[in-house]
Ligand binder design. Structure first.
Ligand code: AMP
Length: 214
């Protein structure tokens, strides 16, 4: 199965992607995670990416697509879930033409939905592990020990792009790009909408139902 998760920043794409990958034995790729990993080093690419990622702006399509293509080409598993890609219709078309060249296609575009206030609240209280990338929420899913990852004991940090002003900008960018992307997948008949206002477990129940029963 090949799945993309689309929806606004903070809607829970990363969290749901991890659960889907575990439940269905698939690979999970996150363009945001890949970029943050590249940003830890210093290279020509990291200098380019810095201009966009930390400010909450979209990385140009050609750079993102090269990264995605390289990642999924190396993958030998039978399925994957992509989180954070595509962000616009052009990216969706690039992905489709690549899959077609490999005789493949997407099975589902899962669209997670939530209201703006919930998104801003979730992003402002999100913390991530600086080592293993585990995701926490200070209100809904806090770590057992303050600022410490339950999984590996490392320090939790706030992503640079999760500060309030950047969050507002990211949501505006999402709204600008979303409608054509949504329509593109609607026309293909592979969009499935999921309300993501509830707990992680409830949302995952809905996602699991779709992936198990269509
Ligand atoms: P995310 O972790 O998905 O919120 O992504 C973090 C940042 O990485 C975004 O704000 C963008 O700067 C960049 N990014 C991730 N995926 C994409 C994409 N598909 N297109 C453009 N930029 C992206």
């Amino acid at each position: 199965m090949k799945i993309v998760l689309i929806g606004p920043p903070g809607v829970g794409k990363g969290t749901q992607a991890i659960l889907i990958a575990e439940e269905f034995g698939m690979e999970h790729f996150s363009t945001g995670d890949i970029f943050r990993e590249i940003l830890k080093g210093s290279s020509e690419l990291s200098l380019k990416l810095e201009r966009y990622v930390n400010k909450g702006e979209l990385v140009p399509d050609d750079i993102v697509f090269e990264t995605v293509k390289e990642t999924i080409s190396k993958d030998e598993s039978t399925g994957w879930v992509l989180d954070g890609y595509p962000r616009n219709k052009d990216q969706a078309e690039l992905l489709d033409s690549f899959l077609k060249s490999e005789n493949g296609s997407l099975d589902y575009a899962i669209c997670l939905k939530s209201n703006k206030d919930v998104l801003i609240e979730r992003l402002s209280s999100r913390r991530v592990c600086s080592n293993c990338g585990a995701i926490y929420n200070l209100q809904m899913n806090p770590p057992k020990e303050k600022n410490t990852c339950d999984e590996c004991g490392e320090t939790l940090i706030q992503r640079k792009d999760d500060v309030r002003e950047t969050v507002e900008k990211r949501i505006l960018i999402f709204l600008r790009e979303f409608t054509p992307l949504y329509k593109y997948y609607c026309d293909q008949g592979i969009i499935r909408e999921v309300n993501s206002d509830d707990s992680v477990g409830e949302v995952f129940g809905r996602v699991k139902d779709i992936l198990s029963n269509g």
